[in-house]
Design a protein around this ligand. Structure first.
Ligand SMILES: *Cc1c(COP(=O)(O)O)cnc(C)c1O
Length: 437
């Protein structure tokens, strides 16, 4: 399978190149040249397959030509050694709980998959790959834990100082080994800009092998299609003649794009809701046809504080930048912090289901936009305890169960390197460690 750049100015590449480079030389994002329909037999067997086996069959459509079958199956099975259960929150509204992985957020899926794909390609050559990851919280922890201890890979996590919750931070600043955390005196967009500049820098390109582990990377974003299939499989008996709607709390839009791809592979989904916090550039695009990036604003759903969502380029590409076609499949919502708090509290008091602030955005979108002939599934993208202060501030202290796995992380010792937002400083840091093995 070949991968092309959404900017169409760079040559097509193979999977190995797409995964090890991350971003295309023309700054576009790589896309698979084909999105293939799954056979009717696959859908007939959906409820009798395990999550792992179903995901292997989906993965095979993308990666089957580039990896031996046994290796691909092993990678998928190792990635998904946890479940993503569906919980009924209220009539016709379901929560797909994506927080059962090691860092208790959905990004574990893509990060674990990508780490294994990269390790497979690297096992055939010597040398060191440097993974750069900008994070507003959950990406950093998922990538750092997904890649922890993997030989031949060094991970550099850039995060905005003071803008990440302590629990999120402790999941990547105290790991040591091949993981370094860089505390950037700026916003998430500044972190993302530093990473993008590094990929464009000729000197760095010559001296070191750099790749991204943001949802820019095809190996991180494509596996996110797996759990959409799993959600529909779990809901199978309840669907009857209703249409399925997914509500996706969106920041960089990797999750939502993976859902669109699942739909293109034949998954019976009628439409998607892009649920946003106050960072509303895509919401505005859906309503006006104009896409105008803005600096991100800080919200209580901080993993979605993105002012220039990278995967929007993929959405445009999938639909030939046709605004009407995009609006047929995706509708948008945007909520203030106040509205997010209100929905989290209302859901908790009415149903006893505890949302995290990101899930609350998507839940509210379903409450407002779900039609009588539809079943809604929202992605609950992280465990509420990851946003302890915020959630306790809404429903009261002592009401948020703290999983042991998160308590373990809190016992670590924070070690970071502080840098500013100037690219030259970041570059010096990278070059000083470029020969480090
Ligand atoms: C990353 C993240 C999101 C946003 O996902 P995108 O794929 O970037 O749109 C939503 N919720 C949580 C908890 C996240 O960590």
């Amino acid at each position: 399978m070949k991968y092309y750049s959404t900017n169409k100015l760079s040559p097509e590449v193979d999977l190995r190149t797409a995964v090890t480079k991350g971003l295309a030389p023309d700054r576009g994002l790589y896309m698979p040249e084909r999105i293939t329909l799954l056979e009717p037999a696959f859908f007939d067997q959906l409820d009798s397959m395990t999550f792992q086996e179903m995901s292997f069959k989906v993965a095979h459509k993308f990666f089957g030509e580039d990896l031996p079958e046994g290796i691909l199956r092993k990678i998928v099975y190792e990635t998904l050694n946890f479940d993503t259960p569906l919980a009924e929150v209220e009539e016709d509204i379901y929560s797909l709980e994506l927080f059962h992985g090691p860092t208790m957020a959905f990004k574990d899926v893509g990060a674990r998959f990508m780490a294994r794909i990269l390790a497979y390609f690297l096992s055939e050559e010597k040398g060191m790959v440097h993974v750069l990851v900008a994070t507003s919280g959950d990406t950093g922890s998922a990538v750092a834990n997904g890649f922890l201890g993997i030989e031949g890979i060094r991970v550099h996590v850039l995060y905005p100082k003071g803008k990440v919750s302590e629990i999120q931070e402790m999941q990547f600043v105290a790991l040591g080994q091949n993981i370094t955390a860089l505390e950037v005196d700026g916003s998430f967009d500044d972190c993302q800009a530093l990473v993008k500049s590094a990929f464009m820098d000729q000197v760095l390109q010559q001296k070191m092998v750099l790749t991204s582990a943001n949802s820019i990377n095809v190996a991180r974003f494509l596996p996110q299609a797996f759990y959409y299939f799993n959600a529909v499989a779990q809901l199978r008996t309840k669907i009857k003649d209703k249409k399925i709607v997914f509500s996706v709390p969106s920041g960089n839009f990797g999750n939502l794009t993976a859902g669109l791809i699942a739909k293109m592979m034949g998954l019976p989904v009628s439409r998607f809701i892009a649920a946003n916090n106050s960072n509303d550039v895509v919401f505005k695009y859906l309503h006006s046809g104009l896409y105008q990036t803005r600096p991100s604003v800080v919200t209580i759903a901080n993993a979605m504080d993105v002012g220039d969502p990278s995967n929007f380029a993929r959405i445009l590409d999938l639909y030939g930048a046709d605004h009407a076609k995009i609006c047929d499949v995706i509708s948008g919502t945007t909520y203030t912090d106040e509205q997010i708090r209100e929905s989290l509290a209302a859901c908790y008091h009415a149903t006893a289901y505890l949302l995290d602030p990101h899930g609350a955005v998507a839940y509210r979108a379903l409450k407002e936009l779900l039609q009588p002939d539809e079943l809604g599934i929202f992605l609950e993208t992280a465990h509420p305890a990851k946003f302890l202060e915020t959630v306790e501030g809404i429903i009261g202290k002592g009401n948020v169960p703290m999983p042991d796995r998160l308590l373990e992380f809190m016992k670590g010792e924070k070690r970071t390197i502080e840098i500013g937002i100037e690219f030259e400083e970041f570059k010096r840091y990278l070059l000083s460690g470029s020969d480090q093995k």
